[in-house]
Design a protein around this ligand. Sequence first.
Ligand code: KG4
Ligand code: ZN
Length: 337
Amino acid sequence: MRILGIESSCDETAAAVVEDGTKILSSSVASQLDVHQKYGGVVPELASREHVRAIVLIVREALETANTRLEDLDAIAVTHGPGLVGSLLVGLTYAKALCFAKGIPLIGVHHLEGHIRAALIGIDLQYPALALVASGGHTHLFECLSEGEYRLEGRTRDDAAGEAYDKVSKLLGLGYPGGPVIDALAAKGNPRAVKFTSPKLKGNLSDFSFSGLKTAVLRWTEARRLRGDFDPATDPETIDMLASFQYTVIEELLNRAARAAQNIGAKALVISGGVASNRGLREAVKARQWPMPVYFPEPRWSTDNGVMIAVAGYSRWKLGHFSKLDLKAQANLPLAR
Ligand code: KG4
Ligand code: ZN
């Protein structure tokens, strides 16, 4: 049972071939980092253009590495939302064309289900489970009720966690994406040096907010600049501040996830999305006591890739969830009912 997974929702054109939902035969990713780097974030028009350039080559590479012909595929899984609509359309249209030409079934995959399933390769998840998905565009808590069935438990009210990393990095001129750079610098600093406050949110306690923290970093940086020139990548005070920023983000994510997991009686916790590759986050998870198993994707399957779409596609295939060839790309596609 071989599935080709195609992902093009943001700034990575990716394809992978996975057998039986567990055996990864290939994974090809074309990153557009250098295209967007100078803008400090993803420029949608440029992203679509780069996907058009890369899609045929990336799919061909994934098939060749997997020693697989299109005729050998049992299905093609593709992200159809959420994401940048122009970017989604490139992967989706190509997947549809291949399916139509070869008479292969199409499976539309929700990008966040892809992130969740990437943490569960070869794992028999116990339900109900709680999934924390933290990426550049999303910070959501989902209750996983059964395979393919989700309920939204909480979400960010403003910035996503990855977005907070990217904005803080841009502010300090540390480049895009901010996560990996800040993660590396934070490891050298004192996480208790700057006291950032946790947001006081009314209503749903499983919601997040990161815009106040971003503003606090902005104020801190302005005050630091007034005292003279500094290089953020080497200035010890800035490194301490970044360690404190990262500590605050991690505490927010883990405290709210722990509370929500307890509320729903979760038998497992899944932590995924680009931010799940954060080293500090993984260490903080290990340092805590959890009454349930905690699953992370391998770091290379944390950020966008084709494997996560292929494995989520396999899960949908088992459930008999196929898509028609008129499947739409949807910028805002809810996962939960
Ligand atoms: O899942 P992903 O590749 O794309 C989206 O679906 O958004 O996540 C990208 C996000 C970016 O905001 C990036 O800064 C963040 O994940 N990220 C990290 C780390 N690596 C990537 N955030 C914190 N620590 C990291 N090590
Ligand atoms: Zn993603």
